[in-house]
Design a binder for this molecule. Sequence first.
Ligand SMILES: Nc1ncnc2c1ncn2[C@@H]1O[C@H](COP(=O)(O)OP(=O)(O)O)[C@@H](O)[C@H]1O
Ligand code: SF4
Ligand SMILES: [Mg+2]
Length: 342
Amino acid sequence: MAAQQQNHADAGILAVRDLRILFPSRDGRDTVKAIDGMDFEVRSGETFGIIGESGSGKTTLGRALVSLLRPTHGHILHDGTDPATLGSRAFRKHRRDYQIIFQDPNAALNPRMTIIDSVVEPLEVLGEGNAASRRRRGIAVLERVGLSAEAADRYPHQLSGGQKQRVNIARVLTLRPKVIVCDEVVAALDVSIRGDVLNLFADLQREFGLTYVFITHDISVVSHISDRIAVTYLGKLMELGPAEDVVERPLHPYTRALLSAEPIPLPSHLRVDRRIILEGEIPSPVSPPSGCRFRTRCPSVQPRCADEVPAWRDVRPGHRVACHFATAEGPPADNQQARSAS
Ligand SMILES: Nc1ncnc2c1ncn2[C@@H]1O[C@H](COP(=O)(O)OP(=O)(O)O)[C@@H](O)[C@H]1O
Ligand code: SF4
Ligand SMILES: [Mg+2]
């Protein structure tokens, strides 16, 4: 038993094993490989940042991490348990520990319900407490996220985007989850209030011992708050390591391109939105390039890259990369630089 628990602890609070998620394309004729083989763990209490361009599979991954989507292949373990193996009652009980907040502040709020009714709805569904105790708990949590008790009886349209995102945080906090997946949670908010909302997330993490998976296309957001960062590209991970190491000494040509497009000189609340700027379009996840899927845009590409899928390997301690030519020193030189140096 002790050995088994040890294994579970090693596996992390989330463990993703050979994950693939496929969808039929909109016209039904093809298969969209939204997630095409991912392996990683999220540790208890950390903030795990996920960065990548639009279309790289981040939202699909986030939804799968909280069991809103089933893997087509592979597994996602929650604290060592595969939720797909649980019966429906056990599954409902288990799911409260793994919550998600979306980019659109309106996504989880019913416009015809008062704020307090939305906040306590998940508790009501689980049959916890009675109406009075749920209301007390809901108001306490609303106050904790910086909203006054007066906001409780208002409707969503009477609140700002930032206030609504605080309501969404309150809504999941009432469940006292272990893990919250935050999918672009500040992207729709005014730049001037993003810092405040991110600080609230940081405070709540300390207070409640939460684990975060923080998904964004904005490097300045993840570099500021993450312990570790994973870089996604077209349904796969390209790099994963300690946040500072990934930002200051990246190993993958894709990460290097993302970072060189956008230097990070300012504290997050002063920064403008940093969308990823890379030449060319991200290819279609229906037919990703053979070998290394970054090869069609990679400045370091070699003939081997079209034939062999790069292994997902540790190059520095705790720092993994999927590139044939990355070394502990960093990514391979880009071909332009190599030519001008010779
Ligand atoms: N339900 C679905 N049916 C078909 N294709 C989908 C579905 N959900 C996502 N996709 C496709 O999967 C790919 C990854 O999407 P998504 O996970 O939303 O990426 P991201 O959040 O990184 O922008 C995209 O090409 C998207 O069009
Ligand atoms: S494997 Fe080749 S194409 Fe892929 S990132 Fe490395 S050098 Fe670029
Ligand atoms: Mg998304």
